[in-house]
Design a protein around this ligand. Structure first.
Ligand code: 0WD
Length: 254
């Protein structure tokens, strides 16, 4: 039972039990989905395997989105496992943390390319593979941040990458809509995760959101997870190309 009963989904980007991807996986499982996880590298494998067991999820292997053959391999694995798939959740981003502080204007070409490749292009690369496993339609979700829309201190190249990611959500939605594949993003408020710890003054950003958001608090991975579960469910079947803010309302004041 649940709004995802009978649905099968791939969750990419679990690093540990604070990851937004983990919050999404828990919510999706609670709503009846059958899940598969990828992990990035051997170090994360040890973290991801016990988490997967908690949710009776499959682990379909190592995926580093900078290596296209590893993306192919995990989708081959999913194909062998299930034949087709109903949803994919993409919770992957990267920038050198030395460039998540100070000025955007000082961004290096190398880190710009790497950040855009991992944080933006990877979603398109995944959509290419997912399309082939969604003959009857499906749903793709990615994670973005308000720094795509407005300047935010220290977010720098990641803000530019998220703006490109949000634009790619719209282009992918238009391309894949005729196949009934929906493409949406959640713009999450700041949450203390491993990735967030690389952003300069992150504790101050959390406090600022707590004092200024309409709900006067920050959000949890559970709240982002439940919204993602809704987005990949048939309850959201009329929605595509959308960026949903799960940020305690901060976007109306910031
Ligand atoms: O405040 C926040 N935490 C917000 C995060 C607010 C709004 C959006 N987001 C986004 C992030 O930008 C990201 O897209 O949510 C997504 C998930 O991030 P997270 O849950 O905050 O962070 P984390 O638990 O660290 O997961 C991100 C993971 C990586 O973890 P680490 O920290 O080891 O880099 O992305 C994965 C990796 O597992 N990842 C990759 N996966 C495959 N190939 C790669 C790669 N090359 N690089 C990073």
């Amino acid at each position: 039972t649940g709004i995802l009963a009978g649905k099968r989904g791939l969750v990419m980007g679990v690093a540990n039990n604070r990851s937004i991807a983990w919050g999404i996986a828990q919510a999706a499982r609670q709503q009846g989905a059958e899940l598969a996880f990828t992990y990035q590298g051997e170090a994360l494998k040890k973290r991801v395997e016990p988490l997967a067991r908690e949710l009776d999820a499959h682990v379909v292997g190592h995926c580093d989105v900078t290596e296209g053959d590893t993306i192919d391999a995990v989708f081959e694995e999913v194909k062998g496992l299930w034949g087709s798939i109903d949803f994919v959740v993409h919770c992957i981003a990267f920038s050198d943390k030395d460039e998540l502080t100070g000025r955007y204007v000082d961004t290096s070409e190398g880190n710009f390319s790497k950040s855009l490749l991992i944080s933006c292009y990877s979603f398109t690369a995944i959509a290419q593979r997912a399309e082939k496993l969604m003959p009857d339609g499906g749903s793709l979700v990615t994670l973005t941040y308000y720094g795509a829309e407005k300047w935010m201190p220290h977010y720098n190249v990641m803000g530019v990458a998220k703006a490109a990611l949000e634009a790619s959500v719209r282009y992918l939605a238009a391309d894949l809509g005729p196949k009934n594949i929906r493409v949406n993003a959640i713009s999450a408020g700041p949450i203390k995760t491993l990735a967030a710890s690389g952003i300069g003054d992150f504790r101050y950003i959390l406090k600022w959101n707590e004092y200024n958001s309409p709900l006067r608090r920050t959000v949890t991975t559970e709240e982002v997870g439940e919204t993602a579960a809704y987005l990949v469910s048939d309850m959201a079947r009329g929605m595509t190309g959308e960026i949903l803010h799960v940020d305690a309302g901060y976007h109306v004041v910031g």
